[in-house]
Design a protein around this ligand. Structure first.
Ligand SMILES: Cc1cc2nc3c(=O)[nH]c(=O)nc-3n(C[C@H](O)[C@H](O)[C@H](O)COP(=O)(O)OP(=O)(O)OC[C@H]3O[C@@H](n4cnc5c(N)ncnc54)[C@H](O)[C@@H]3O)c2cc1C
Length: 403
């Protein structure tokens, strides 16, 4: 890459978790990196939840400088008021995105990446190179990485725009609150959900829908009135999109070409079931860094599909089934009354098992799940108090009872 004064080996557009982590990895290995982002560090509309599978893989996400709220349980509520207490056995960390953004950008710059606080307005082929146009200056590079989020300019130039049906719409707003508030996720009567993630100084609340045309703002307002009455907003409401690996085409599409690559949201890497994207942003950056440093860039496509691509595809497929009110009522009950099924689902959603392993575990567990379910039915639908214990601890806070 050439600017008037400095030569670079590659340009990264976007300094979110994906771009900043790639810049950090490559710059640490001595690669000359230019990182473009006019907003970083900033508070991206997001829950800020960092799961165990993310922080255990990437220790940078547990840096002591990053303030966090640690949460052990969350309450998942279905449209018919059935519920499921998720307890992964490891805390979920909830952070401010601005803090995460500042930490990751600082690590990239310390490692030697050069941050240009500029928006890239255009990417185009320029002879054997690529031209990146900003408002005041043009930059030339032989390789560009799109880490520029769901509206990626790099994706648009090399693959075309991300189709609207491969995105989920969402809104986010902060309210009065703090670490003592519960983490809740309520499935809406339309395919979607509303959630609350308490941060250190306030409560972050969001709503999302898997299809266009649903009323997510009234759903968020009803959720607030029910579980957090009287809370005043802390900022203005913001809208944001999440990528959704909806179909086979989205899975099969290349994420790397001779002079470009996509990572994070720009590559469409987000878990539809949970909305988790920070892990896949950092993980895809890590896999691309490995491929780049080993001078086997083309292997990146194989690497992300093997590491997490199939999981995202399955998650998107399962979400279509799960975010239906009838199915989710039944499923939440099953997970509460069948501890064996609960454990298998925790593994499926949070522990990234291999699918053959998961399937064989499920098959082996079927007799036990059957007996647990039968015991519940025989008791006339009454739930063993022991199983309700975790729920009751949380339910006090939101004044809920089992239907
Ligand atoms: C409502 C909501 C809630 C979410 N909650 C969670 C959660 O709790 N946990 C979780 O793991 N994930 C969550 N996600 C997903 C997560 O926010 C994303 O998956 C993650 O931020 C993706 O990181 P990224 O680096 O790929 O993209 P981004 O974080 O979107 O970063 C892209 C960067 O590119 C920059 N950029 C864009 N265009 C240009 C340009 N032309 N020139 C220069 N720079 C540019 C932007 O300024 C931005 O900083 C949530 C998402 C939404 C929408």
């Amino acid at each position: 890459m050439q600017s008037p004064s400095k030569p670079f080996d590659l340009a990264i557009i976007g300094a979110g978790p994906a771009g900043a982590y790639l810049a950090y990895r490559l710059a640490t290995a001595g690669v000359k990196v230019a990182l473009f982002d006019p907003k970083a560090p900033w508070e991206k509309p997001c829950g800020g939840g960092i799961t165990h599978k993310a922080w255990s893989r990437f220790p940078l996400l547990t840096d002591p400088a990053l303030a966090r709220n640690e949460v052990d349980h969350s309450l998942q509520i279905s449209p018919g008021n059935h519920f499921w207490v998720v307890s992964e056995g490891h805390p979920l960390y909830i952070v401010d995105r601005k803090d995460l953004s500042a930490l990751m950008l600082a690590k990239a710059v310390e490692a030697g990446a050069v941050h240009y606080p500029l928006a890239v307005e255009k990417v185009e082929t320029w002879g054997s190179k690529l031209r990146l146009a900003t408002a005041d200056e043009d930059f030339y590079t032989s390789f560009v990485v799109g880490a520029d989020g769901v509206h990626s300019l790099v994706r648009r130039y090399f693959l075309g725009p991300l189709p609207a049906e491969r995105t989920l719409t969402s809104i986010v707003q902060f309210y009065e609150g703090g670490p003592a508030d519960p983490v809740l996720m309520e499935v809406t009567p339309f395919p979607g959900y509303v959630w609350s993630f308490p941060r250190q100084k306030y409560l972050c609340v969001g709503a999302g829908a898997m299809e266009r045309g649903h009323q997510i703002k009234p759903a968020l307002e009803r959720f607030l009135a029910r579980y957090y009455p009287g809370r005043r907003p802390y900022n203005t409401m913001q809208g944001a999109l999440l990528p959704y690996m909806k179909d086979k085409a989205a899975y099969r599409e290349p994420r790397i070409g001779p002079n470009w690559a996509l990572i994070g949201d720009a590559a469409g890497f987000c878990d539809t079931l949970t909305g988790e994207g920070i892990l896949y942003a950092v993980w895809s950056a890590d896999l691309l860094a490995e491929a780049f440093l080993a001078e086997r860039r083309a292997q990146y496509d194989q690497a992300w599909r093997k590491a997490f691509g199939r999981h995202l595809r399955w998650g998107a497929w399962a979400a279509k089934y799960l975010y239906s009110p009838r199915n989710i009522d039944r499923l939440f009950t099953q997970m509460t009354v069948c501890p064996t099924f609960h454990r298998t689902m925790i593994d499926f959603v949070w522990n990234l098992p291999s699918y053959p392993w998961l399937l064989s575990k499920l098959m082996l567990s079927l007799p036990r799940i059957y007996w647990q379910w039968r015991r519940f039915r025989r008791a006339g639908g009454a739930i063993d108090r022991k199983l309700l214990h975790q729920f009751e601890t949380m339910a006090d806070k939101v004044k809920m009872t089992w239907p």
